[in-house]
Ligand binder design. Structure first.
Ligand code: SF4
Ligand code: SF4
Length: 190
């Protein structure tokens, strides 16, 4: 079967991704099973199959600005369904590192703020407190009423509890240890 290997002048991205991720994208069949099961795939975001096609096709800029790897939640569903066992989250991590090294801005401007708030919540409570995190994100990004109607509907149906925002969180010692280990590793790298 014909494999796209990227134009000669743009092979460096493909090579870097192969090297950093340890995933052999050249085995991709473009079957689309990954995108079919990926929770963040949509018309707006694209999905793992399209992202791989962009990398293999030498579309360097498009691949590095593709929203898929910014949104990837490392759930591993794609890897579980892929007939050639490609782990997209390893590819996403590799692209994230390459984009950071090249100073490429995130496709979603608030993504770093959301990431910080998400991690802060996990560190403080042992898990993410979704509603509180979303409210804080909306306030900090100066869009306090984003998705307010959806939130009101979910509250009316009893799917979310506004009172949960006020409940104090509880630290989890194991999660705290994980954060501490990461902090130590980052200190060693610096
Ligand atoms: S499931 Fe695997 S082979 Fe199929 S498109 Fe996705 S990465 Fe490629
Ligand atoms: S690991 Fe990322 S790309 Fe794969 S299914 Fe999950 S969110 Fe989608």
């Amino acid at each position: 079967m014909l494999r796209l290997k990227g134009r000669v002048e743009e092979q460096s991205l493909l090579e870097q991704v192969l090297e950093r991720s340890g995933q052999n994208l050249l085995r991709c069949l473009q079957c689309g099973k990954c995108s079919g099961s990926c929770p963040i795939s949509s018309a707006a975001v694209g999905g793992p199959r399209r992202l791989i096609a962009r990398i293999l096709g030498g579309m360097q800029e498009e691949a590095l600005r593709d929203p898929t790897w910014w949104y990837c939640v490392s759930c591993g569903t794609c890897a579980g369904r892929c007939p050639v066992e490609i782990n997209m989250y390893a590819v996403s991590t590799a692209l994230c590192e390459i984009a950071a090294a090249r100073g490429i801005e995130a496709s979603e401007p608030g993504i770093h703020l959301f990431e910080d708030l998400f991690l802060k919540s996990v560190k403080k409570n042992g898990r993410v407190r979704e509603l509180r995190t979303v409210l804080e994100y909306n306030l900090r990004s100066l869009r306090p009423f984003t998705d307010a109607l959806i939130g009101a509907r979910l509250a009316l149906k009893g799917n979310i509890s506004p009172a949960a925002v006020l409940r104090p969180g509880r630290r989890d010692r194991q999660v705290t240890r994980i954060f501490e280990k990461i902090r130590q590793k980052q200190g060693q790298k610096a």
